[in-house]
Design a protein. Structure first.
Length: 279
């Protein structure tokens, strides 16, 4: 995988005029302190900056520009770089250089102190950049949010589809181990779209009956348990390579379709290739 410490480049074209596109993004993004994961951030002039969590604004994010593109608009930028954390680390370099100079000027420095400072910054910056590159796919959910929000087929353009009534006993819904009170198709769709690397969502019908989705770096993992260990199945939905958004969107769409069908106790329109999971 290529070394991309500043994230990967993306470009999203929309038929919406630039101001309408920015307005749509402002309307759809979450508030800064919304406890649930999802795209949030700021839009100032043509610039846009988004991140996923209310508790970690330094993680992989989307930074870009919304510009005119004929009668429509285009969002171009980079996704997946911890720009805040990198900037803070780089700003420490001149400060520590000044501290080191003052130590030497006052005769308070020692070889050991200089070696420690040199090691911290000599190793810290490369390590920071490597971590940025390794974690950049965590921003896929943000790029999906921008693409979905600005797409002409977005449900906010077609009109929201009402959630179907539940077909059985109430379902418990968990995201990263935290139970969400009540669940509709729209809430499930939003939660699945915001899954980042390592995040998971579970629909539990009974202690021994559930379906869950886990987001890994290059694929989604679907698991379902149907009453006993003999009925434990798993399916893999590949995300494709970086920039291969058609594959990512197709797998995410199938994931949402399957989970929504199970929410309403219906047969999915595109069931994945389930394989029995053995211990």
């Amino acid at each position: 995988m290529a070394f991309q410490p500043l994230g990967y480049r993306f470009a999203i074209t929309s038929t919406l005029p630039r101001e309408k596109a920015k307005s749509r993004l402002r309307q759809k993004k979450k508030g800064w302190f919304d406890p649930q994961n999802g795209a949030r951030g700021w839009i100032v002039g043509p610039f846009i900056c988004l991140w996923l969590s209310a508790f970690n604004q330094h993680g992989p994010m989307v930074v870009g520009i919304v510009r005119k593109d004929g009668l429509g608009s285009k969002v171009v930028g980079r996704a997946g770089a911890d720009l805040n954390g990198t900037a803070m680390f780089i700003l420490l370099v001149p400060f520590m250089a000044w501290v080191t100079y003052k130590m030497a000027e006052a005769g308070q420095g020692s070889l050991q102190a200089y070696l420690v400072i040199g090691a911290i910054f000599g190793l810290g910056l490369p390590l920071t950049l490597w971590i940025n590159s390794a974690d950049r796919r965590e921003a896929d959910a943000l790029v999906h949010f921008v693409r979905k929000t600005l797409a002409p087929t977005d449900r906010s353009v077609r009109g929201s589809t009402p959630s179907l009534p539940m077909q059985s006993n109430p379902v418990r819904f968990f995201v990263n181990g935290e139970e969400r009170v009540g669940v509709s198709a729209d809430q499930l769709d939003e939660a699945l779209s915001a899954l980042s690397i390592g995040d998971f969502a579970v629909l539990e019908f009974a202690p021994d009956e559930y379906i869950q989705a886990l987001s890994n770096a290059d694929h989604y993992v679907l698991e379902k348990l149907e009453g006993s260990a003999a009925r434990h199945f798993q399916a893999i939905l590949p995300k494709g390579s970086l920039g291969e958004h058609q594959k990512y969107e197709a797998s995410l769409t199938q994931l949402r379709d399957v989970m929504t069908a199970y929410l309403h106790r219906q047969a999915p329109s595109s069931d994945p290739n389930w394989k029995r999971k053995t211990l």
